[in-house]
Ligand binder design. Structure first.
Ligand code: C5J
Length: 223
């Protein structure tokens, strides 16, 4: 297997050293993807996110086949809500608030069924799972330590939602010096127009936060 690959990305192709590259899958949790979870309590049409599952599954399979480091994240809070800022819990007028009992257990609480990753993309025991209280995967997590331990310099980023947790994480990663390639069809938003703009914001201005490529381009480069 070649250790270098070139992804036909926007705004320009990017050459990656595979051993220094990880696949980062953001928040593919039942709470965002399925009826009765956090996403739906906010009034969202959760069916909008389903389109990202297959492309992520294809890249996940390729990453597993090549031995790439795979990191999954989950947004959620401790059962006593001690890591949930009141500003987050109290805002808006959701049908259920964070911590309230719902059909998949307490909304956005670690250990509940709704907090878990969807079966199609379920982590292997050997993969890293990062629990995060915020939208970004670096804030109040061990992600930096994990990336340093494995010598990671580049991230293939996908998951939900494009403009919230994916964008926040890519911005955090970019400031920390990681090259981020965002997998366009491996991301989704409850708002298709936010998805489009979320990707444009990343790749505009010469790739101000990173690169964007579809799953086909990523898979081609990983061959
Ligand atoms: C949101 C996320 N949208 N994972 N979380 O609240 O994007």
């Amino acid at each position: 297997k070649p250790t270098l690959g070139v992804i036909n990305a926007e705004p320009e192709p990017i050459k990656l050293d595979w051993p220094a590259t990880a696949l980062l899958i953001i928040d593919m949790q039942r709470d965002f993807m399925e009826p009765g979870g956090f996403g739906e309590t906010l009034g969202n049409d959760v069916s909008q996110l389903a389109r990202a599952v297959e492309p992520i599954g294809a890249v996940l399979k390729a990453a597993r086949d090549t031995g790439m480091l795979v990191i999954h994240t989950r947004e959620g809070h401790l059962p006593d809500l001690s890591d949930a800022p009141p500003a987050k819990v109290e805002r808006g007028a959701p049908s259920l608030r964070i911590g309230d009992p719902g059909p998949m257990g307490r909304i956005l609480i670690r250990g509940e069924a709704g907090h878990d990753i969807i079966p199609e993309l379920y982590p292997l025991d050997s993969e890293v799972v990062i629990d995060k209280p915020g939208k970004g995967a670096f804030y109040a997590t061990e992600l930096t330590d994990v990336l340093e331990k494995y010598g990671i310099e580049n991230l293939l980023v996908c998951g939900v939602t494009t403009e919230v947790c994916v964008n926040t994480t890519v911005r955090e990663a970019n400031d920390r010096g990681y090259r981020c390639v965002v997998i366009s069809d491996g991301c989704a938003s409850y708002f298709p127009e936010f998805h489009e703009m979320g990707l444009k914001m990343i790749k505009a201005q010469g790739g101000i936060f990173g690169w964007v490529a579809d799953s086909a381009a990523v898979l081609e480069a990983m061959k």
